[in-house]
Design a protein around this ligand. Structure first.
Ligand code: PXL
Length: 282
């Protein structure tokens, strides 16, 4: 198999693991070439720090798209995450339209918030634009908060602790089965957490779960979606890719919890990447 290639449209935050500082090493460890299109450079992520710098790279997005297109570059997947503005979402949609083929995968992680609240930089208008960007997804990977925002349902009403509810929300997100969905934060038992997966191609719903780690760390959503994307371009089925992602996030969260490092530094996953590589080599 030739090395799969993924275009990653995310921000780059220098300190506090998230977005490209997770996406790039994770895909590399999975034997996947990652081509980053950084949307902004921040000194830190926006949670747990104050006064972060923000270098907007929006004006680079169209020239980079055009240059890659002129050079005839192709991608096995386009994988998008955190966005800094509505304009970036429009430019990301243009990027997707430029590089979409019959065979490749558009994975959209509609990063907007967590624990029932949007991140502090996300305005209601940006959340609406994320819905429009999500229309391009072959695979959509929201958490519970993002699902509530995308579907316009109050967070408290969007329960994910009963199989029939989780199925219902996954199907609603799939837009009548037209896109695959991996909805994270599904927990039917107190000591496990995982995802409900709707596979558009197989027409199937599956549940995956792994051991719940009680502490929450920055970057676990980015880590989940990165592992999922890497496994999908390596040819894994959606439910197997989601199980690998759930297991790896659980392992990394357990490892982080045992380190006693500040939560805002994010999930301490680097020492475990060799295990991910090993799983893909099996
Ligand atoms: O992990 C999501 C994320 C990505 N990028 C930036 C963020 C966050 C979450 O806070 O602030 C800049």
């Amino acid at each position: 198999m030739s090395t799969p290639r993924v275009a990653a449209v995310h921000d780059l935050s220098g300190f506090g693991r998230c977005s490209l500082s997770i996406v790039m090493p994770t895909l590399s460890a999975m034997g996947v070439q990652c081509c980053p299109l950084p949307t902004a450079f921040l000194s830190t992520h926006t949670g747990g720090f104050t006064g972060n710098t923000f270098l907007d790279l929006t004006n680079q997005m169209a020239p980079v798209t055009d240059h890659w297109h002129r050079e005839g570059v192709t991608f096995d997947a386009v994988y998008t995450g955190f966005m800094g503005s509505r304009e970036q979402m429009t430019l990301t949609a243009d990027f997707i339209k430029t590089f979409k083929t019959e065979q490749n995968l558009i994975v959209i992680d509609p990063v907007m918030g967590d624990h029932g609240k949007p991140y502090r930089t996300y305005t209601p208008e940006m959340c609406a634009s994320m819905g429009a960007l999500a229309a391009h997804a072959d695979v959509l990977t929201p958490n519970r908060t993002e699902t509530a925002i995308l579907l316009g349902v109050p967070y408290e009403e969007l329960r994910l602790d009963r199989e029939e509810d989780a199925r219902k929300w996954a199907m609603e997100l799939s837009r009548s089965g037209s896109r695959s969905v991996v909805l994270t934060g599904v927990s039917m038992e107190p000591d496990t957490v995982g995802a409900v997966c709707y596979d558009r191609d197989a027409g199937e719903i599956a549940f995956v779960s792994a051991k719940r780690i009680d502490e929450q760390f920055h970057g676990t959503g980015d880590l989940f979606a990165s592992v999922l994307t890497g496994a999908l371009v390596r040819g894994w089925k959606l439910r197997d890719a989601a199980q690998l992602a759930a297991d790896f996030v659980s392992l990394a969260a357990a490892h982080t919890a045992a380190q006693d490092i500040p939560k805002r530094e994010g999930v301490d996953f680097e020492p475990l990447l060799w295990r991910l590589g090993q799983k893909l080599a099996d």
